[in-house]
Ligand binder design. Structure first.
Ligand code: ATP
Ligand code: MG
Ligand code: MG
Ligand code: MG
Length: 486
C-alpha cells in the first residue's frame, strides 16, 4: 500500500539526518518574526534569512547551523508568491502547505551534492521512476547580466537525466526570490510527469533547489551575498500525491478526511474532483476551497494570527469569509459548520504540529464566532439591500452611498465585490461612478493621514479601486499589488 503522508514526511527528514548528517530544526511559526517584507512565512528559507544576509547573531544557535532540514508550515496568500486566487481552481496549489527543505550554509555543500541528494531521495528512497522526472535550470538573464547555469545542467546530465528532459528557463521560472527584496538566486527544479510518458507530458513542479548568491535590494539591484548557500523546498502535498499515485493533492490522505467530513456535514453530493467547466455548479471547487481554507485558518490561528482588520489578519478574514460563502452557498452547510472541521485538521496535522492540538478548542471557537458574525452581516446586508430596493423606481441605479456603507470601509464589512454580487442576484445596477467617487475620496482621506500603509488595510481599498478600474472607472491608484477576491 502507498505510504501515508506522515511516513513520507518522516522519510524526508530521516534521509537528510541519517544519511547526510543534517540537523533537524522545527518549523518556524507562520507569522514572520521581525520581517515587515512578508505577510506570512512563504518558504522554508524565511527563518534563515539572517544567515543568508550574514547578519546572524554569532551567539545564537543559528550561527552554528551548517546542514539543516525541516518541514516548514507555509502560507501563500498575499505578497509575492500569493496563490489565493488559484486555490480551489486547480489540483496542486494551497494557501497553506508544508515545504520540506534542506539547507547547506556558507558553502558546506553546493550544487553537485544538492542535486545528487535530491535525486537519490526521489528515485532510490521514494522509488519514483527516473523516466517520470524532468528538470529545469536557469537559462540566464542578459538584462541582469546573469549567464546560464550550465553547471546545474551538466550535473543533471551526469546523473543520467537525458538531455531531452533537461530544460532551461528564464528568471520568471528559474530565479527564485523570497519577496520584493531579500535573498535570491538561480534555481534548478524537479518536475513530475503525471501523464507517465503517454502523450504530452503533464508536469507538476515538485522540488526547487535554489542556489542563494544575491540579495535583491530595495532599489531593485542585485548585490552579492557574503557567502553561497543551498536552499531547497519541496511541497509535501504534491510529493504525497505522486507517491500515492494521484493526480491531485486533494486525493491524498492529507485531504480526504476533510473532504469526507464536508460531505457528511453538508449533505452535498460527493466530491468528484472535477475542475474548470466540468465542475458545473462549482461543487468540487467549493469542496477544495473549504478544505484548503480550514487548514490555513487552523494553522494560522494556532500560531497567533487571527482574522482581523489589517495586514495578515485581514487576509485571514477574507479567507474565512471565502470559506463561509463556498460552504453555505454552494455546499448548503449548516451554520457553525466550519468550526466543526477543526478537529479533522487537528487529527491529520496535530502530530506534526503539536501547537494545533494544544489550541484546538480555541481555534474552533474563533472560527465559529467569525463565521457567525459574517453570516449575521450578510443577513443584515441583504435586509438593507431589500429595504433600499423598495424605495427605488424600476430604472433607478442602486445608490453608491448604501453600497459603500455595506462595504469593507463602511459598517458591515462586506467586500464591495460581494455587495455587487448580491445586487446582481437582485438584477439591479450599481451606481458605479458614484462608488468610484466615494472610493477616491476615501483613498485621499487615508493618504492625508499618511499612515504607513505597507501591507496594511489600505491594500484592500486599492483592490476595490482595481475593481472599479476593471469596469472602466479611471484609476486613482495603479498598484493593486495584493488582490484578494471572495
Ligand atoms: P508553482 O510554480 O507550482 O506555483 P512555485 O514555483 O511557486 O510553484 P516554489 O516557490 O519554487 O514554488 O516552492 C517550492 C515548492 O513548494 C514547489 O516546487 C512546490 O512543490 C511547493 N509549492 C509551491 N507553492 C505551493 C502551493 N501553493 N501549494 C502547495 N505546494 C506548493
Ligand atoms: Mg507559485
Ligand atoms: Mg514554479
Ligand atoms: Mg518553483
Amino acid at each position: 500500500p502507498p505510504a501515508p503522508a506522515t511516513a513520507v514526511r518522516d522519510a524526508f527528514l530521516s534521509f537528510f539526518r541519517d544519511r547526510h548528517g543534517h540537523h533537524l530544526v522545527p518549523s518556524a511559526s507562520v507569522r514572520p518574526r521581525g520581517d515587515p517584507s512578508l505577510l506570512f512565512v512563504n518558504a522554508g528559507m524565511n527563518q534563515f534569512k539572517p544567515i543568508f544576509l550574514g547578519t546572524v547573531d554569532p551567539r545564537s544557535e543559528m550561527a552554528g547551523f551548517r546542514r539543516v532540514a525541516n518541514s516548514q508550515k507555509c502560507v501563500r496568500a498575499g505578497g509575492r508568491h500569493s496563490d489565493l486566487e488559484d486555490v480551489g481552481r486547480d489540483l496542486s496549489h494551497h494557501t497553506f502547505f508544508e515545504m520540506l527543505g534542506n539547507w547547506a550554509f556558507g558553502g558546506e555543500y553546493f550544487k553537485e551534492e544538492a542535486c545528487s541528494m535530491a535525486w537519490e531521495l526521489l528515485t532510490q528512497v521514494y522509488g519514483i521512476p527516473e523516466d517520470r522526472l524532468w528538470v529545469s535550470y536557469f537559462g540566464g538573464d542578459p538584462k541582469a547580466g546573469l549567464g546560464p547555469d550550465l553547471e546545474s545542467r551538466d550535473i543533471w546530465l551526469n546523473l543520467g537525466v537525458p538531455a531531452s528532459r533537461v530544460l532551461s528557463f528564464g528568471p520568471q521560472e528559474n530565479f527564485w526570490e523570497m519577496g520584493d527584496t531579500g535573498p535570491c538566486g538561480p534555481c534548478t527544479e524537479i518536475h513530475y510527469d503525471l501523464a507517465g510518458g503517454v502523450g504530452a507530458p503533464q508536469l507538476v513542479e515538485l522540488w526547487n533547489l535554489v542556489f542563494m548568491q544575491h540579495n535583491r535590494e530595495a532599489d531593485g539591484s542585485l548585490q552579492p551575498l557574503p557567502q553561497r548557500h543551498v536552499d531547497t523546498g519541496m511541497g509535501l502535498e504534491r510529493l504525497v500525491a505522486v507517491l500515492q499515485g494521484k493526480h491531485s493533492t486533494y486525493d491524498t490522505d492529507l485531504f480526504s478526511p476533510l473532504l469526507n467530513a464536508i460531505h457528511q456535514g453538508c449533505g452535498a453530493p460527493p466530491y468528484l474532483g472535477r475542475v474548470g467547466a466540468a465542475d458545473e455548479g462549482c461543487t468540487d471547487t467549493a469542496y477544495r476551497v473549504v478544505a484548503d481554507h480550514i487548514r490555513t485558518l487552523s494553522i494560522c490561528i494556532a500560531d497567533g494570527v487571527s482574522p482581523g482588520m489589517s495586514g495578515a489578519p485581514l487576509v485571514l478574514r477574507r479567507i474565512l469569509r471565502r470559506a463561509v460563502r463556498f460552504s453555505t452557498e454552494v455546499l448548503q452547510a449548516p451554520p457553525g459548520f466550519l468550526g466543526s472541521l477543526v478537529p479533522v485538521v487537528v487529527e491529520t496535522l496535530g502530530d506534526a504540529y503539536p501547537e494545533l492540538r494544544k489550541n484546538s478548542a480555541q481555534i474552533a471557537n474563533l472560527v465559529s464566532e467569525d463565521e457567525a458574525a459574517f453570516l449575521a452581516s450578510l443577513q443584515r446586508g441583504r435586509r438593507i439591500i431589500e429595504r433600499t430596493l423598495r424605495r427605488l423606481g424600476p430604472s433607478d441605479v442602486f445608490p453608491a452611498e448604501v453600497a459603500w456603507s455595506l462595504s469593507l470601509s463602511g459598517n458591515l464589512g462586506l467586500p464591495l465585490d460581494l455587495v455587487e454580487l448580491m445586487l446582481e442576484e437582485k438584477g439591479v445596477q450599481l451606481d458605479s461612478a458614484g462608488l468610484a467617487r466615494l472610493a477616491k475620496e476615501e483613498a485621499q482621506r487615508r493618504a492625508q493621514q499618511a499612515e504607513p500603509v505597507h501591507e496594511q488595510g489600505l491594500r484592500l481599498d486599492v483592490h476595490a479601486l482595481g475593481e472599479l478600474q476593471r469596469r472602466g472607472v479611471p484609476p486613482t491608484d495603479d498598484s493593486p499589488k495584493y488582490s484578494y477576491s471572495l
